[in-house]
Structure formats: structure tokens, C-alpha cells
Design a protein around this ligand. Sequence first.
Ligand SMILES: *[C@@H]1O[C@H](CO)[C@@H](O)[C@H](O)[C@H]1NC(C)=O
Ligand SMILES: *[C@@H]1O[C@H](CO)[C@@H](O)[C@H](O)[C@H]1NC(C)=O
Ligand SMILES: *[C@@H]1O[C@H](CO)[C@@H](O)[C@H](O)[C@H]1NC(C)=O
Ligand SMILES: *[C@@H]1O[C@H](CO)[C@@H](O)[C@H](O)[C@H]1NC(C)=O
Ligand SMILES: *[C@@H]1O[C@H](CO)[C@@H](O)[C@H](O)[C@H]1NC(C)=O
Ligand SMILES: *[C@@H]1O[C@H](CO)[C@@H](O)[C@H](O)[C@H]1NC(C)=O
Ligand SMILES: [Ca+2]
Ligand SMILES: [Ca+2]
Length: 285
Amino acid sequence: MGSVYENSVFAFSTGNSDENDSQYKGHFSNYRESKREVNTAKWTKVLLIVFAVSLVFALGGLCAVRIQYVSVSAQLSAQETNGTIMSRQLDKLTANFTTVRDHLHINELLMKELTANYSRVKEQLSISEETVRKLSRFNQSSGCAICAIHWTHSGEKCYYFSTVKMNWTQSRDHCVTKGGHLVIITSQAEQEFLTSNVKETHWIGLNDLDTEGRWLWVDNQPLSQTEEFWMKRENGVSEPDNWTKQHVDGEDCASLGHPDGETDFWTDAYCFEEKRFVCEAAAAV
Ligand SMILES: *[C@@H]1O[C@H](CO)[C@@H](O)[C@H](O)[C@H]1NC(C)=O
Ligand SMILES: *[C@@H]1O[C@H](CO)[C@@H](O)[C@H](O)[C@H]1NC(C)=O
Ligand SMILES: *[C@@H]1O[C@H](CO)[C@@H](O)[C@H](O)[C@H]1NC(C)=O
Ligand SMILES: *[C@@H]1O[C@H](CO)[C@@H](O)[C@H](O)[C@H]1NC(C)=O
Ligand SMILES: *[C@@H]1O[C@H](CO)[C@@H](O)[C@H](O)[C@H]1NC(C)=O
Ligand SMILES: *[C@@H]1O[C@H](CO)[C@@H](O)[C@H](O)[C@H]1NC(C)=O
Ligand SMILES: [Ca+2]
Ligand SMILES: [Ca+2]
């Protein structure tokens, strides 16, 4: 096999070059040496070709690897980006979670405070209930009643002495808005209590607006059924005198005292006059 190959290479060489022919004929003694050189050149070519082919394959491989590397690195960077986005979202979620947890914590604290406040309020309520019960027992035992602020207690009633002046109908309505009525005087003691507490004339809950000379209390009780404390004059006209000199309609509303300054007895007066007034209410229990 080796010889065939050698011959063919030799044939190829002789057929190719006259120079080689002459060399062959002229330097037959160098035949083996030449043959070896030719062989070496042939081998070099073969190797070169093999090398080139290998190089081509190697480059191809490199390219393939490079392409693969690029695609892999693109994927990697995409995943990295994805990772960054996801980690950011995770951060946001964590932040939200922290916020929610903080809010929950605050709510919990608020809840605790509210509960504490609620039990405190409940405690205070039970204390005040206890106070009311005690007061009630005290009230029952001593007969002492409770009046609203600015009202004066006497007997089983509360009295309000106004500081403003109004006409009789306004006074009557004002006492009602304050939870009472214009005072109804039913006893000497009540009359004395009132006169000792006023320094000028005040409206009381008595009038003869409906029928002249028929005096009625604001609860529609006729005066004829209770004691009366009209002013009596030794030398002159006693009250009620239905004075018509200043107004033709006469005087239809009763007041404690007289504009002159007396306060001990009642006088009838013009209902449109503006006076202070006394309200009365039942004592709270
Ligand atoms: C990012 O990750 C999500 C969840 O794993 C996945 O559904 C999505 O396809 C990914 N995107 C990229 C560009 O890798
Ligand atoms: C965080 O909470 C805000 C409002 O409370 C909301 O708009 C946002 O979408 C939330 N973020 C995430 C990642 O849940
Ligand atoms: C609880 O009561 C205190 C004092 O009475 C008050 O300052 C606080 O605001 C109350 N808290 C709530 C949640 O109502
Ligand atoms: C009081 O005066 C009015 C008006 O003048 C009169 O109508 C009435 O009869 C008088 N009453 C008395 C008791 O004098
Ligand atoms: C009292 O005053 C009011 C308001 O000015 C008035 O409407 C009312 O008629 C007066 N009453 C009398 C009796 O003058
Ligand atoms: C308080 O005393 C008044 C007057 O004596 C009485 O009418 C009332 O019933 C008493 N209140 C209580 C709660 O006992
Ligand atoms: Ca009259
Ligand atoms: Ca009079």
C-alpha cells in the first residue's frame, strides 16, 4: 500500500515537471533524497490543508460558541433584569407589609387605649350612679331637694329670679322654656321667701286677662281658692285698682311689689310693662 502511494506521488511528480525529469535522469544517485524531499513537501501540503480545514471548523465552532454565548448572556441579562424588577416588587411588598403591620400595631394600640378609656368611663358612670343613689337616700332622709344651677331652693320648690326685664307674656313664656312657670304663690311662707329675695317689682303668675276682676294663676287655679297678698292702703285705693289713667285697657297682670319700690305686696300692672320676674319649678329628686 505504501509503495503504491509512493509510485503515484512519483508519477505525479514526473508527469508534472521537465526539471524533475532531468533531475531524475541527471542525478539518479540523489533519487532517494529527492524522493524524500518531494514526500516532505506533499506532507506539508496535506498538513496545511488539514490544518486549514481544522481552522475552518474551529472558527465555525468558535462562532457557534460565540452565538450560543451571546444568546445565553442575553437570556441571563433578561433574567437578571427580571430578577431586579422582581426584587424591587418584593421590596415594595415588604414596605407595604411593614406599613400595614405598623398600621395594625397602631390600631391595636388605639384599641387598647379605647378599651382602657371605655372601662374608665364605665367606672366613672358607676361611681356617678352610686353618687345619685347616695344623694337620693340623703334626699329622702333630710327632705333636701336639688335645683338647677342659678335656681334657688326653698321648701319643695326651686325659684329663678330673672336679671332681665320682660313684659308679662314674655316672662310667662320664658319661665316655660326654662322648665318651669311664673311663680304661683300659695302660702304666707312662700310670699315671705319671695319678698325677702327681691329688691324691686317682679312679675308673678297671676292675671285677669280673660275676665276682668277674675284673677287666675298660670295653672288656671282661681285666686279665690288661695291666700291673697294685695297691697292695702290706709288712705287711698287698694290693689288691684285696675288703673286706667295711663292705658284704657286697665291693669290685668299681677306683680310682686310696686314700681315705687315696695316689694311686700302685690299690685296689678299693665301687662306690656317690662319687669323682672320669678319662675318656679318642682325640685328635682
Ligand atoms: C420573569 O419571571 C417570571 C416568573 O418566574 C416569568 O413568568 C417571566 O417569564 C420571566 N421573564 C423573563 C423575561 O425572564
Ligand atoms: C403598596 O400600597 C400602595 C397603597 O397602599 C399601593 O398603591 C401599591 O400598589 C402597593 N404596592 C404593592 C407592591 O403592593
Ligand atoms: C383616652 O382618654 C384620654 C384622657 O381622658 C384622652 O386624652 C385620649 O384622647 C383618649 N383616647 C381615645 C382614643 O379616645
Ligand atoms: C277695669 O278697666 C277696664 C277697662 O277700662 C274696665 O272694662 C273694667 O270694668 C275695669 N274693672 C274694674 C273692676 O273696675
Ligand atoms: C310682649 O312683647 C312681645 C314682643 O315684643 C309682644 O309680641 C307681646 O304682644 C307683648 N305682650 C304684651 C302683653 O304687651
Ligand atoms: C327628694 O325629696 C323630695 C322632696 O322631699 C321628694 O319629693 C323626692 O321624692 C325625693 N327624691 C328621692 C329620689 O327620694
Ligand atoms: Ca284688671
Ligand atoms: Ca294697680
